[in-house]
Design a protein around this ligand. Structure first.
Ligand code: PEP
Ligand code: MG
Length: 560
């Protein structure tokens, strides 16, 4: 048995047999043609473009239910009809007497190499789009179309070096149970599609291909970001039970889709979703989420080459707000820094990045970046359902500074005659102990609070949330954390505002009764866990949950 770590694209567990899919290499001879062959070669190029464009159009129609797929295929079409590309290939044929295959493969090799050399994960992942287009074109001309995925069954876990977006769309129909790649990143188009398919998938499992043999038993655990190769009997048994449980729960949970989240004795708990990328919105709507309680906007900045403009951000926020209306969308201003680094900000090396320039500290330092984002959010609030939230607040003065900047943004938008909604709910994340302790002052200045337990646990217990070796010390139900949550809820209620939990604690069934008993009003969870959490809320009795909290506090206080 061997356990390897990777990066989880989507949650969920899969057990199956390894199907190793080798990278398909087309052997292109660097052939030159004679003068009299130019016309035929150009025609061959034009015909193959037409053929591949038709093929892509058919695919677009075929998988029209997924916007993510069609967007990517549309990008591929754009690459093919780009006049710069077509005229360059024609010039290579007519002036350099290259065969069409020679010219096309040289062109795409150059582009792919440029992308691969880039020190930017997002951009280097874009090379797979070009590889994909090149493969479509060249395999058609060389008549080398094979279905390299062959007969896969629902027991197959694909093991690959990397996977292109079109390959993911092909396996869409194959009904496999999981996917694991040696390279790749969470932001690659292929990962985005796999996520929208809800397929358990891990990427960036370094050394994967060296350690897996065809037909090995494989377990993918998207929840803990692990792949287990040739598991022993005990592990296999444990995971088989988890899968059975997963299936049963999945079926059972569909029944709660149309119910409102409330305890068995009638207390309403607003149940919303957390999203990181706009593509997740489809799953949010499908699961009838009551809006978005946390839109982490860092993705816009993390892999970008330049700062997203106000207009680009506005379009993204507006679309999400429109799709969710009338339900709320809480847009969190950027929480860069810590482990979420952006090439765009010159933060420099920090010895303790989690205690360094992070979250609101960055926004207050780079005011023009902050203002651009604030203006985009104000403009996107046309349906009156957008709220703005600040991360990593440590005391009320940061909220006051941020609010002053919001006022400046409103004035500037007014001066520019740009329409926006001046009424917007303002919230603070409570994820630093100092913020929880002073939540009375913070609540006075806010329209809502949201507790970020991921960081609150990290900072209260001084335990790095990403360090596996100290993970035993990471205890969300530690007495100190519970007291801070309780204090925050009481202070919010004192000022008649609502308080949510948007950290991962809210996505874990075992903490739901505890959070409800503590008096939480709202929960914001991973979209894939929404129904499971709703089911748990429906089975919770508020009175009993409050009693449970009293008992837990007594027991923990006795222990300490
Ligand atoms: C949190 O800290 O709980 C939280 C929701 O923020 P993030 O996980 O993005 O740091
Ligand atoms: Mg946080």
């Amino acid at each position: 048995m061997m356990i390897m770590k990777g990066a989880s694209v989507s949650s969920g567990i899969a057990i199956g047999k390894a199907k190793i899919i080798k990278k398909e290499v087309l052997h292109i001879t660097r052939k030159y043609i004679k003068d009299h062959e130019i016309k035929t070669e150009v025609e061959k190029f034009e015909n193959s473009i037409t053929h591949v464009l038709n093929e892509i159009d058919l695919l677009i129609k075929d998988i029209s239910q997924s916007k993510v797929h069609t967007d990517i295929l549309t990008t591929h079409k754009m690459i093919l009809i780009d006049p710069e590309f077509t005229s360059k290939i024609k010039r290579s044929i007519t002036e350099k007497l290259m065969s069409m295959e020679h010219a096309v493969s040289e062109h795409f090799d150059e582009i792919v190499n440029i992308f691969n050399d880039m020190d930017n994960d997002y951009l280097s992942q874009r090379s797979s789009d070009y590889e994909d287009v090149a493969y479509r074109l060249l395999s058609y001309v060389l008549d080398k179309r094979t279905d390299r995925f062959g007969n896969l069954d629902e027991n197959s876990v694909l093991i690959m070096e990397d996977i292109s977006p079109s390959a993911v769309t092909k396996i869409f129909a194959k009904n496999i149970c999981g996917l694991c790649t040696e390279k790749g990143s969470k932001n690659a188009h292929s990962s985005i599609i796999a996520r929208s398919m809800n397929l358990p998938m891990l990427v960036a499992v370094h050394g994967l291909l060296e350690n897996v043999k065809e037909n090995d038993n494989i377990i993918i655990d998207g929840n803990t970001e692990k792949v287990i190769i040739s598991p022993d009997k005990k592990t296999l048994g444990k995971y088989s039970k988890k899968i059975e449980q997963q299936k049963k729960e999945g079926d059972k949970l569909k029944k709660v889709l149309n119910f409102k989240a409330k305890t068995s004795d009638g207390k309403r708990i607003k149940l919303m979703s957390n999203i990181e990328i706009p593509e997740e919105i489809d799953q949010v709507i499908k699961n009838r989420s009551e809006g978005i309680g946390l839109f982490r906007t860092e993705f816009l900045f993390m892999d970008a080459d330049e700062f997203p403009t106000e207009e680009q951000q506005f379009q993204i926020y507006r679309k999400i707000a429109e799709k969710c209306a009338p339900e709320p969308v809480v847009i969190r201003t950027i929480d860069l820094g810590g482990d979420k680094l952006s090439n765009l900000l010159n933060i420099g090396h920090e010895l303790n990045p989690n205690l360094g320039c992070r979250g609101i500290r960055i926004s207050l330092e780079y005011v023009s970046v902050f203002k651009t984002q604030i203006k985009a959010i104000l403009r996107a609030n046309m349906k009156d359902n957008v709220k703005m939230m600040f991360p990593m607040i440590s005391c009320v003065s940061e909220v006051l500074k941020a609010k002053m900047i919001i006022e400046e943004c409103k004035n500037e938008l007014k001066e520019q005659n740009i329409s926006f909604n001046p009424e917007i709910g303002i919230g603070a994340m409570i994820e630093i102990p100092s913020a929880a302790i002073t939540s009375d002052d913070i609540a006075k200045e806010c329209d809502f609070l949201s507790i970020g337990t991921n960081d609150l646990v990290q900072y209260t217990l001084a335990v790095d949330r990403d360090n596996e070796t100290v993970s035993d010390y990471y205890q969300p139900s530690h007495l100190s954390v519970l007291r801070l949550i309780k204090m925050t809820i009481e202070n919010a209620h004192l000022h008649n505002i609502k308080v949510a939990v948007c950290g991962e604690m809210a996505s874990e069934k075992k903490y739901i009764k505890l959070l409800i008993g503590l008096g939480i009003d709202e929960l914001s969870v991973s979209p894939g866990r929404l129904l499971m959490i709703k089911n748990e809320i429906l089975q919770t009795d508020l009175g009993k949950a409050e009693e449970l909290v009293r008992k837990i506090f007594n027991a923990l206080e006795d222990e300490n």
